[in-house]
Write a protein that binds this ligand. Structure first.
Ligand code: GRF
Length: 192
């Protein structure tokens, strides 16, 4: 299965997916290309180090032009099976022909704590503030709403009452590292 990974920031999920594609999930997927909306995304270093073709859609493009270039780079140029959003924070408009071809991972149990502006540590801060008993992560197909679309996989954890939002972020990211490759395996094999 050929994948494009889209990032905006530190690229921890990209790093994890590259590692999995070279080791535990060698038979399941390969990262064909990486794209970003941010030329300064530190995560681009992982693509460069692994010699994965990468592309940046420069600021100043209209959202339509940006999405068009990104989708062409992945689906037309690299002929990927799926685009994996991995900390990509812009909204990507998905045309009908690519429905069920774009996947996202979100660090909460969707439909809780998601939507526009709800990303990164904000998610975990809200979960702690609301005194939730559990949290986790969700891998889902993307539709044209933020953090929305059919769920492929969720992983849950019980929140320890002594945790602050940083502890929670650390624990949820451990789950995310398992969840993304597992969800991709489900897509490849069609099994759950
Ligand atoms: C992850 O928490 C993921 O759930 C979310 O973005 C984070 C990864 O971004 N969508 P990064 O790899 O730290 O840039």
């Amino acid at each position: 299965m050929r994948l494009a990974v889209f990032i905006s920031g530190t690229g921890r999920s990209l790093q994890n997916l590259i590692e999995c594609s070279e080791t535990t999930h060698k038979e399941t997927f390969e990262i064909a290309c990486v794209a970003s909306d941010n030329i300064f995304a530190p995560g681009l270093q992982y693509a460069r180090t692994a010699r994965i073709d990468n592309f940046v859609a420069f600021e100043g493009l209209t959202p339509e032009r940006r999405d068009d270039l990104l989708l062409q780079f992945a689906f037309t140029h690299h002929m990927v099976d799926y685009i994996c959003l991995a900390g990509y924070i812009k909204k990507l408009s998905i045309p009908p022909e690519h429905q069920y071809k774009v996947i996202n991972i979100h660090p909460s149990l969707i439909p809780k704590f998601c939507g526009q502006g709800m990303y990164g540590s904000k998610v975990h801060q809200c979960v702690i503030k609301e005194k939730e008993q559990e949290s986790g992560c969700t891998v889902h197909f993307c539709d044209n709403e933020y953090d929305h679309g059919p769920i492929i996989l969720q992983k849950k954890l019980i929140i320890d009452s002594s945790w602050d939002y940083q502890n929670l972020a650390t624990e949820v990211f451990k789950l995310e590292k398992e969840a993304y490759p597992e969800a991709l395996t489900i897509l490849k094999t069609g099994e759950q």
